[in-house]
Design a protein around this ligand. Structure first.
Ligand code: BEZ
Length: 211
């Protein structure tokens, strides 16, 4: 069955371009992003892995480890990485899981047979420090993902894990947040010393608490 938000992120051991890993041990105590691409030596996937490599410092800054997976063999990953580095003007700096037996792809339901019965779709799983699934995304093979959106979601997830806020549509780090409806009006001044603006009883804004 498909993984849902709040589910345990299944553990596995896998061969990667950085050696064999136990996924949960590799994640450690921080956040993680596991994302699949359909195939090595394909154009959109080449741009995606290059884009993530260029953004590595941003993921590091947020204590997020990234790892890619496809059903290709290790030697294919190793050869293709040369092409990624060359064409995307970067140096690959995160592991890619070789999953020719579809172990990870099956555990995370990354093969959608009505789209393609052989290759993984473009799945994304954001995993929290508690090893629970915090976000899932599924894109078709023909659409490269917007990895800046993943940074934005991570910022929101990390903020809302610490403070009693949610983030509005198109929110970006530094913008006003929404006070969750469970907070009583009487508790707002103590919880949000930067102030609050009430638009409706259920729609209250506050400056981002950790800025
Ligand atoms: C690509 O990465 O360009 C791609 C991979 C599989 C199917 C379609 C496109």
């Amino acid at each position: 069955m498909a993984l849902r938000l709040g589910d345990d992120a299944p553990n596995f051991t896998a061969v990667t371009t950085d050696g064999t890993i136990d996924f949960h041990q590799w994640l450690g105590s921080g956040w993680g992003i596991l994302f699949s691409h359909p195939r090595d030596y394909t154009p959109v996937c080449t741009t995606e892995l290059g884009a993530v490599a260029k953004m590595k410092a941003e993921f590091d800054r947020r204590n997020v480890k990234v790892i890619a997976v496809s059903v290709d063999a290790l030697k294919d990953h190793q050869g293709w990485i040369g092409d990624i580095n060359e064409t995307q003007k970067t140096t690959m700096n995160f592991p890619v899981i070789a999953d020719p037996e579809r172990k990870v792809a099956t555990l995370y339901d990354m093969i959608h047979p009505n789209a393609d019965d052989t290759f993984t779709v473009r799945s994304v799983f954001v995993i929290g420090p508690d090893k629970k699934v915090k976000l899932t995304l599924t894109y078709p093979a023909s659409t490269g993902r917007n990895f800046l959106e993943l940074l934005r979601v991570i910022d929101s997830l990390q903020l809302t894990a610490k403070f009693k806020v949610a983030t509005p549509a198109n929110w970006e780090d530094g913008q006003d947040c929404i006070i969750v409806t469970a907070v009583k009006d009487a508790d707002v001044p103590a919880l949000f010393p930067k102030g609050a603006r009430t638009v409706k009883p259920y729609l209250r804004y506050t400056p981002q608490p950790n800025k």
